[in-house]
Design a protein. Structure first.
Length: 449
């Protein structure tokens, strides 16, 4: 929380009481005190018990402000003025503030409206389980619900029984999820305890969705209409969409391009590759231009110039092929790990691990686990001399040392960045002549274990 607060130079904060402790700690470390020009605090508390909470902590009750009928109005330039700054991790490990304009978000919510009409919409009630600070949850659950008038039942944290009970109680007909949630809907025995017949549309995104999982979840919930989406924070977010029932021959693809955007595939030489390639054609980096593409990165012109061309093309960093108009993401130029839709930058974890007294070198990769449909951060560690004998030490000794390192890091990072893939000791981190970590070699090693 510290970096976004400092980087964005924000003037006001709206906080739920459950986040106040973390917020105060972040502000204390930054030495920041948020005050309005009249000296009042500019941290506002929002929830049903604001007045009681605000009276005891000194923050402001947001409901009181809503009683003011004289709030000033302001005209905006929808294509230039920034509406949201969403922080998205990069391969350097430093979160970047993605500046999204009003038009970026309006075009994407309109796209959602257009496509949803063909997917079981209009929606009446959605189960909101994704975090609203994530661009997927922000745009589809928050902004689209305002624009198109459907109710959102908020589930603070995913639990299969809580989720299914909410579907049954509120007769929800839509939800936005990530693949691990679909995996639970397909396999968890408790799903059969609930009436899920109202749930006719689920949109999955933030991570790839495989053919087998699509078929498995629809076999169990035959009334369920399923869509796969692909996008980034920088595209606000949806860029590609695949409707499973209509495009079964293309299961496993990221889908077709949504309205208001155009796409190119560009090879390493900067030249466009053939558009229709077949399933094993020449891959290219996916570039996009259109109304969904961000204005740029806040306070980071170098990063903006690196990924944006002068004529408006945004380089996604993802490698794709295309067949019959459907795009298949086959690799990532970026090294981000995706754990349940959350981005985990390996460089950030590597920098922290190198501060451990027993580690000489390290590398972090994402280990894909099919049984839970997500990647898990895994660390390869070169121990310092005298820490552990990689040849003669028993496996239990290695495991104990690895667990100590994992627990040490886990205590310092957010939940989605924990080393759930474990720690593997290695003699040397494979690197190129230029010193770049050869993560492909490490992934092969991990998959062969």
């Amino acid at each position: 929380m510290e970096h976004p607060v400092a980087d964005s130079d924000l003037k006001m904060i709206f906080a739920h009481p459950m986040t106040l402790k973390s917020l105060r700690e972040a502000l204390s470390k930054l030495g920041r005190s948020f005050k309005l020009p009249n000296g009042q605090p500019s941290v506002w508390i929002i929830n049903d018990a604001d007045a009681v909470q605000a009276a005891t902590t000194g923050e402001l009750d947001f409901r009181e402000a809503l009683q003011d009928k004289d709030w000033p109005t302001e005209r905006v330039n929808s294509t230039e003025d920034v509406s949201f700054i969403v922080y998205s991790s990069g391969t350097s490990g430093k979160p970047k503030g993605v500046m999204l304009t009003h038009d970026n978000l309006i075009s994407n919510t309109e796209t959602f409206n257009l496509v949803s009409r063909r997917e079981g919409g209009p929606y009446q009630t959605a189960i909101g389980v994704l975090p609203f600070f994530h661009i997927f949850g922000l745009n589809i659950l928050v902004l689209s619900s305002f624009l198109h008038g459907f109710r959102v039942v908020v589930v603070p944290r995913f639990d299969i029984n809580v989720f299914c009970a909410a579907v049954q109680r509120f007769h929800a007909n839509m939800s936005v999820v990530v693949p691990p949630i679909l995996l639970a809907l397909a396999r968890h025995p408790d799903v059969d305890k609930y009436d899920m017949s109202s749930l006719t549309a689920v949109i999955s995104g933030a991570a790839p969705l495989g053919r087998e999982l699509c078929e498995e979840v629809q076999h169990r919930l035959p009334k369920l209409g399923l869509a796969q989406g692909y996008g980034l924070s920088e595209t606000a977010p949806v860029l590609l969409r695949c409707i499973v029932d209509r495009h079964r021959q293309h299961l496993g693809s990221a889908g077709q391009i949504v309205p208001f955007n155009e796409i190119r595939l560009v090879n390493y030489d900067g030249k466009d590759v053939a558009y229709e390639q077949g399933s094993s054609g020449n891959p290219g980096e996916l570039w996009v231009r259109g109304r969904s593409v961000m204005k740029g990165y806040l306070n980071n012109p170098d990063a903006t110039n690196e990924c944006m061309t002068p004529d408006g093309w945004f380089k996604t960093g993802d490698i794709a092929i295309v067949k019959d108009g459907f795009f298949y993401i086959v690799d990532r130029m970026k090294e981000l790990i995706k754990y349940k839709g959350f981005q985990v930058p390996p460089a950030e974890l590597e920098d922290m691990l190198l501060a451990h007294p027993n580690i000489a070198d390290c590398a972090v990769i994402g280990l894909y686990k099919e049984d839970i449909a997500t990647e898990l951060p895994m660390a390869f560690v070169v121990p310092k001399k005298g820490v552990i004998d990689l040849v003669n030490s028993s496996q239990s000794e290695k495991d104990a040392c690895g667990n100590e390192i994992a627990n040490w890091l886990d205590s310092k990072v957010a939940n989605h960045k924990k080393l759930r893939g474990g720690v593997v000791f290695i003699d040397e981190i494979p690197k190129s002549q230029s010193g770049k970590i050869l993560r492909r070699v490490l992934r092969e090693k991990a998959n062969n274990k």
